[in-house]
Design a protein around this ligand. Sequence first.
Ligand code: SF4
Length: 384
Amino acid sequence: MWRATSVEAGAGSLRALPPFFSLYIHVPLCRSLCPYCHFYRIPPRPGDEERYLKALCLEASALGPKAPGPVRTIYVGGGTPSLLPSSFYIRLFSNLRDLFVLEDLKETTVEVDARITKDELFGLADAGFDRVSIGIKSFQKDSLKKLGVRHDNEKSPAVAGWARDAGFSSVGIDLLYGFEGQKMRDLITDLETGLAVKPDHISMYALQECEEQGPRELDPDITAQMFRESRRVLTAGGFCQYEICNFARPGHISLQNLNYWMDGDYFGLGPSSHSALTLGGSRRRWANKNDLDAYLNNPVNVREELSVEDSKESPAEALILALRLASGVDSEAFALRYGTDPRKLLGSSLAEFRDLGLLRSSSRKIRLTTRGMLLSNEVFERIL
Ligand code: SF4
């Protein structure tokens, strides 16, 4: 299998692993709407499944001829993609096979929630997914309550094992931290339980406040301690941090996400999905509106153009994406691709960031320090 086998070889260098072409499919359905969630999602409605499949296929046929090459990775995210049956994905993939080159797929991921059944996991593996990302959030009832999540999590520890039994070659989980009421001890219990279920990939997301009524963020200093503690526990457990929020065992980096951070091309299908494509020297970015009904009515007419830029003239966004990677930006490879040395792009901010302990740079590499990762939003805003 073509996999990034180490952080340096896979995640760090724009030269080591060239960007490729990916598909993202958004499933905007959730059984209950978590009050901290920033994603576009609605409760399932009878009759939408068939219409949604039709709409996705229509959008795919409009985009297929514009594909810049074979699809290397597919990611179905949400929302809760596991709310749709495996037959939905069998039909969708069969359609995509007629529109895109899928013969050399390296990774096909599906996001599921922790209430999925064993049979549903077997169905998704049979439909062609080889990687699963399980939205755990927390293994503890009390923590879920603090997050405003209404369902229980009794099955959560078993789901990763079922995914292995079903044949997924890579199993990921995600956990939330930094929410009011959470103690360091709670976080460590989640990390230890997470390690005990033996996943290949763990995403650690700090809560970002969303709704008025939703859970509040913890004091940033405590969240920073939790970030450091998560890294310590996961590193000791055999995981390598390859991106600000993401940790993997060797060979299990998420290639789909890696392609975003390497500023690769991707088409997003479904409401609220984003796309980026370099064509004829221009870098185009667009997004579909957050509106399922508009999408069902006319899936090829819900796009909002975000930007059209000369692909060599606006590398700031590419620099921000690449800086998310733990191994940083390879200055030479970046300059070759974008025609600008990233140090020149950073200008006087480089020395300032270095003095503030946010960035580290050598003749070859620029990377965020731990402090820089904690304050990455501020660093990125400044670069833009
Ligand atoms: S299940 Fe996931 S996508 Fe759905 S509302 Fe909760 S956090 Fe958001």
